[in-house]
Design a protein. Structure first.
Length: 300
């Protein structure tokens, strides 16, 4: 059991902290909550103890675990593991019945101030001042939640659909490389740390899953206007089979460029001939800088 009064924990301590601790059985939690999981509400509960045990251990070394955030705690199987390695946990659950169940099930932890349960939509509620986030995410809103979390600059360990995870972690030139890879990589190093089969969940989802670790860092390039950079990346990848010249011309309505033709004229021919999937994030940053200087963006 972690020392609730101690200094900020670290991921290096997560294995020690959790050692010999008896966790709540995920199947028993489902029974006590009286739920089966409703896929229409993004409810697929993790019931494989080994996967549950490993998830907190993927936090980067030296992570400050003093205040962990969990999105979509469900019946609390992962919450229980997080309480073993954190000083405090805040859990945001959209389903009000599950939030009520958690308040009963974890009454002692709530009473002692170690757990806060917020009933609400993780896309809307104000996020607490967390030090790291560990979650088995609702897949229907993975992307908006992830891009709410990443700009906070905190380590995360998150479960995604496998295909989404691979796109997030892809490098330039990979088949999966795209908008998601560049946008996530703008904020953090992204690694797929464990594939998770459908059978680890109840009810099993239609797709395979994977756990992803993100370790925040500054990018190896600079951008003056982050929103324009992200919009520009999004715009070019809507035309991934076109070369950069045509992609810029065809997507001014998405990137917000006022004068796409002026941007094309300002860029070297070698760049214009490439496809977006062959541009490293630093190349996108350079092109976005030239684009902002020569052709926009428009004001709104
Ligand atoms: C994939 S389940 C994970 C449950 C639990 N963490 C586990 O591993 O067993 C996703 C959970 O997120 C909740 N959820 C769905 N959409 C949400 C949202 N927008 N904000 C917060 N929670 C949400 C669901 O009710 C469900 O409990």
């Amino acid at each position: 059991m972690t020392d609730a009064d101690g200094a900020a924990g670290g991921a290096a301590n997560t294995a020690d902290a959790a050692e010999d601790r008896e966790y709540r059985d995920p199947d028993a939690l489902l029974r006590r909550a009286g739920v089966r999981g409703n896929p229409d509400r993004d409810q697929h509960f993790l019931v494989d103890d080994r996967v549950l045990d490993r998830i907190p251990t993927y936090l980067p070394d030296e992570t400050d675990t003093s205040h962990l955030l969990e999105i979509g705690p469900g019946t609390g199987a992962l919450t229980d593991r997080l309480l073993a390695v954190a000083d405090r946990v805040t859990a945001i659950e959209r389903d009000p019945d599950l939030a009520d169940f958690l308040r009963e099930e974890f009454a002692d932890e709530i009473e002692s101030g170690r757990l806060t349960v917020i009933a609400g939509d993780a896309l809307d509620v104000e996020l607490p001042d967390f030090t790291a986030c560990v979650s088995n995410l609702p897949y229907g809103v993975s992307s908006p939640i992830t891009f709410r979390l990443l700009p906070e600059g905190k380590p995360t360990v998150l479960m995604f659909q496998k295909e989404f995870a691979e796109r997030m972690a892809a490098s330039v030139g990979d088949d999966d490389y795209g908008r998601l890879s560049v946008s996530a990589g703008h904020y953090a190093d992204v690694e797929v740390v464990e594939p998770v089969p459908k059978g680890a969940f109840a009810p099993p989802p239609d797709v395979e899953s994977a756990v992803v670790r993100t370790t925040p860092r500054d990018p190896d390039y600079t951008v003056d206007d982050e929103q324009f950079f992200l919009d520009f990346v999004k715009a070019l990848f809507t035309q991934r089979r076109k070369n950069v010249r045509n992609a810029i011309r065809n997507t001014a309505h998405i990137s917000g460029l006022a004068e796409p033709e002026a941007v094309v004229e300002a860029l070297p021919e070698e760049t214009l001939r490439k496809r977006p999937g062959k541009l490293a994030p630093s190349a996108f940053a350079e092109i976005a800088g030239i684009a902002a200087e020569h052709g926009g963006p428009t004001d709104g």
